[in-house]
Design a protein around this ligand. Structure first.
Ligand code: RNT
Ligand code: ZN
Length: 417
């Protein structure tokens, strides 16, 4: 099957061996929060809140650090390719050294560094500006309450230092991404003042020079309960990074108007920036964070990364959380789809297509783009999985189902403290 596929692709000038080799080196940062519905390990009893929501109550959710690590490894065993882990500050591991968000230190993440090192993962980071009593009136970094704002500025600074620690310990960069939900449910009278406060907060957070940290800011159209106004809008952050070129714009595929896609934004940003971090998710009418499927949108995102020759510039991260299905399967299904989309992109005769566009052969372009959709992709995908030591076909799912029976369903409900 693979040899047949190799031959078919070769007829279009595509080298399947080169495509698989390239894919092996494209890192995908897998978000830890699919494992426990963004609960985190603080055990504060604080429910997920602050402009972010998860739905579903499927049994077997990871209740602590050990379970989360075990579930992650179970999912990772079914995901081919180069994997990083994206952590959130609420996943600090306390061992008699509990600290509030504004006082988090690298030591609270040492257990994650040990885990990452043991299994060969790099670590990315996200400060957690939600699910905390210091989120007051739906505001953090844009709060007019100086006590609130100062608390979250300290959190941002603490998190960047933790990302720097990841970078140093694991000898690679660490993406540190600021997303805040700050906004208003109904029409505000003053849209400017919160933005000026946010600008000042970010200036304070990013003041320190921290090697290895790739700082970024994530915009959003609106949040749940914050429908009228979002302080950190796309234009606000584009302006911020234009004025502060050390900071990058992270594109979340769920954070734009429904017909907008981030695929089109990648080349636009790459004209000006050497890094474009992503949160790849799937919106369903809104920023619903459904498990990533092999949709046209995902394939377009992957195509753009490959066509812009930007595999080292676009920093792929996943960001979805579905609590209504088996979470380990959700992790693996979405991450495998990201890999599939990248492989399909790498198996595209981009030189030929580019030439057709340049020569205005738009009929040929349409013809060939459709023709390649039915090339024997699955044979190359299966070969890639096999070489990566990952079960290629549906049998991986049986393995996850067995884990559900033997491990997940034996867990009790989440322990609140
Ligand atoms: C929320 C943002 C944000 C979160 C994670 C958990 O809309 O996308 O990135 O999903 O930080
Ligand atoms: Zn996101």
């Amino acid at each position: 099957m693979y040899q047949y596929a190799q031959e078919r692709y070769r007829l279009h000038g595509v080298d399947t061996e080169r495509a698989m080799e390239a894919l092996r080196h494209i890192p995908v940062s897998i978000h830890i929060w699919q494992g426990d519905d963004v609960t985190g390990l603080e055990s504060s009893g604080e429910a997920l809140s602050g402009g972010i929501q998860v739905t579903g109550n499927y049994p077997g959710k990871a209740r602590n650090f050990e379970e989360l690590k075990a579930d992650f490894l179970k999912a990772a065993a079914h995901i081919p390719g180069c994997k990083r882990i994206s952590l959130h500050a609420c996943y600090a591991v306390f061992d008699g050294n509990r600290a509030d968000r504004d006082a988090l230190r690298p030591e609270h993440f040492k257990p994650w560094v040990d885990f990452a090192r043991e299994h060969g993962f790099a670590l990315d980071f996200n400060p957690t500006f939600f699910s905390h009593p210091m989120v007051k009136n739906n505001l953090t970094l844009a709060s007019p309450d100086e006590e609130v704002r100062a608390f979250w500025i300290r959190h941002g600074i603490a998190c960047r230092r933790i990302a720097a620690y990841f970078a140093k310990e694991l000898n690679t960069h660490s993406v540190c991404n600021v997303w805040i939900a700050d906004g208003y449910k109904d029409l505000p009278a003053d849209r400017m003042a919160p933005r000026l406060l946010l600008k000042d907060s970010l200036d304070q957070i990013f003041a320190e020079d921290l090697p290895g940290v790739i700082d970024c800011v994530e915009s959003k159209v609106f949040g749940i309960g914050l429908e009228a106004y979002t302080v950190g809008s796309a234009e606000f952050y584009l302006g911020y990074t234009a004025a502060n070129p050390k900071v990058y714009n992270l594109l979340d595929s769920g954070h734009y108007y429904p017909t907008e896609t981030i695929a089109d934004k990648i080349s636009a940003l790459l004209c000006f920036r050497d890094k474009v971090p992503l949160h790849v998710t799937r919106k369903m009418h809104w920023d619903s964070d459904h498990v990533v499927t092999l949709s046209d949108e995902l394939r377009d995102i992957a195509q753009e990364i490959v066509r812009c020759d930007a595999a080292d510039k676009v920093l792929i991260g996943l960001d979805y959380f579905d609590g209504s299905i088996n979470r380990v399967a959700a992790w693996a299904i979405g991450a495998r789809n990201m890999q599939k989309a990248l492989l399909q992109a790498l198996l595209t005769p981009n030189e030929t297509l580019r030439k057709m566009q340049a020569e205005n052969d738009l009929t040929g372009l349409l013809f060939l783009q459709e023709e390649i959709k039915t090339l024997p992709f699955s044979a190359v995908w299966e070969e890639y999985c096999r070489r990566e030591g990952v079960i290629p076909g549906a049998a991986w799912f049986d393995n996850v189902k067995a884990y559900e029976q033997n491990v997940l369903l034996k867990r009790g409900s989440y322990e609140h403290f």
